[in-house]
Ligand binder design. Structure first.
Ligand code: EPZ
Length: 421
């Protein structure tokens, strides 16, 4: 195992390359199951979750490799296996994205029910309901979801759940309906940029999807899809994480490749806090006033404030001049970072799905433990500004969603290193 060692206090200055979006790359990789011929994906980040998806796809007969330029080539070589087993799915929730493509292309999908994880229960009832609406038969067999359908027929599907839309359920239904017979309309579809990127990839393969990026997505089924070349969008969550890094260290960063149009709610809140954000030549430039204002933030489905940046912004609000309130409406238990930040001198009080943040003058370095991907990012951000040294154990959590984060931070002045335990 490895941990990060961070000595706080340096202001970050310079250019940070923003990688491709994990949450666009993963469903698009799964979509390669649907197509004839080769798929070539550029700007796929080199992450543990991406490598895990390659392992799962390989078990499902999809071979993949990266060429000398880093582009990922995927080709379906064998369509016999349609079973995504527990030992693979339990490692990564996004494995569920193979369900729709397997059902549509191989008429059968057997996918282990993903267990819960650090951010809460991760049900897939909307995925199942959506695929059943397209004509799939469903049964639960030894903890696996088993879906079968000789053919999928277009339908009108409402995909809203108790917490709003579902990103990967929208992805699964959109992918399956692409090869269904007739027209499908998804109501209460997720509007995330990653869904738009997936739809753009599918349309480039010959699918006929419209309305993507709005709550009503229409898919006219086609008989086959052909592999194509596609460049994955930039990762708005990584970009938001580095925006906080610039603000919390009172630094000045240019986030190369970041797309401000995918981050309106984040930019709006950060500007209220006192962060200066401008569209730069090659991306977005971020700096901050010394004094950070307290704010109230509630996470929402896109275009609202993203749950994946809740922990990172909470770290910054620990140092705001006053009391802030953060309410988590997507994953109400997504607060693993709260006790760890308190160990570093923050004053956070959890009241159900809400955390009251009393601003403090400073954070103090301490040994803390990473738990889930974004909580771990929040602890790294705290370490950048804390007095003294912070040890963050279980670095592997970070590697799931951030490409070489310690190298990117060190390149702009952070004192951070990865250490073998
Ligand atoms: C995607 O997860 C992202 N992962 C998550 O990012 C992100 O936090 C989440 O969307 C919300 O934006 C990928 O895209 C790979 P949901 P997903 O289905 O699709 C409930 C990260 O850190 N729900 O949109 O699994 C669910 O419990 C990860 O990069 C149901 O009730 O999330 C949650 O409360 C973490 N039934 C809400 O909907 C279902 O069938 C939103 O979940 C599905 C979801």
């Amino acid at each position: 195992m490895q941990h990060f060692e961070i000595v706080g206090g340096n202001r970050l200055k310079g250019k940070v390359p923003i990688s491709g979006a994990k949450n666009a790359a993963l469903p698009i990789m799964a979509a390669s199951i649907l197509v004839e011929g080769e798929t070539v994906l550029r700007n796929v980040p080199d992450l543990a979750d991406v490598r895990q998806m390659q392992v799962l796809l390989s078990r499902l007969g999809v071979k993949s490799h990266r060429d000398a330029d880093g582009a990922m080539h995927l080709t379906v070589e064998d369509e016999m296996n349609a079973h995504a087993e527990y030992e693979l799915v339990s490692k990564m929730r996004a494995s569920v994205c193979v369900m729709g493509p397997l059902l549509a292309k191989r008429k059968r999908a057997q996918v282990s029910m993903p267990g819960g994880c650090a951010i809460g229960a991760r049900p897939i009832d909307l995925h199942i309901r959506g695929l059943q609406a397209l004509g799939a038969d469903f049964e639960l067999v030894n903890g696996d979801v088993l879906l079968r359908a000789k053919k999928l027929k277009g339908a009108e599907i409402f995909l809203g759940g108790p917490f709003g839309s579902s990103v990967t359920a929208t992805a699964n239904v959109m992918m399956a309906a692409s090869l269904g017979q007739g027209k499908t309309v998804i109501e209460s579809a997720a509007c995330e940029p990653e869904i738009v990127d997936l739809a753009n990839f599918l349309n480039a393969c010959g699918a006929r999807i419209t309305g993507h990026g709005t709550p009503e997505v229409t898919i006219e089924g086609v008989t086959s899809l052909t592999g194509t070349e596609h460049t994955v969008i930039a990762d708005r969550i990584e970009a938001g994480t580095f925006m906080v890094a610039a603000a919390i260290t009172n630094g000045d960063l240019e986030l190369v490749g970041a797309r401000i149009s995918h981050m309106r709610a984040v930019v709006d809140q950060l500007r209220r806090i006192g962060v200066i954000i401008e569209r730069g030549e090659t991306g977005v430039s971020v700096s901050s006033a010394r004094r950070l204002e307290p704010v109230e933030i509630t996470t929402q489905p896109y275009p609202g404030f993203p749950t994946d940046l809740q922990a990172q912004v909470m770290t910054m609000l620990c140092l705001a001049d006053g009391n802030s309130v953060v309410t988590e409406k997507i994953f109400p238990d997504r607060f693993m970072h709260v006790p760890e930040l308190n160990r570093m001198g923050a004053h956070l009080r959890k009241e159900g799905p809400t955390v009251i943040i009393e601003g403090v003058k400073r954070l103090v370095g301490a040994p803390v433990m990473a738990s889930d991907l974004r909580a771990s990012a929040a602890l790294i951000l705290a370490g950048l500004v804390a007095k003294g040294t912070t040890h963050i154990s279980r670095a592997y959590h970070i590697d799931r969603g951030y490409e070489r984060i310690e190298e990117k931070l060190a390149a702009v002045g952070a004192k951070i290193r990865r250490v073998d335990d």
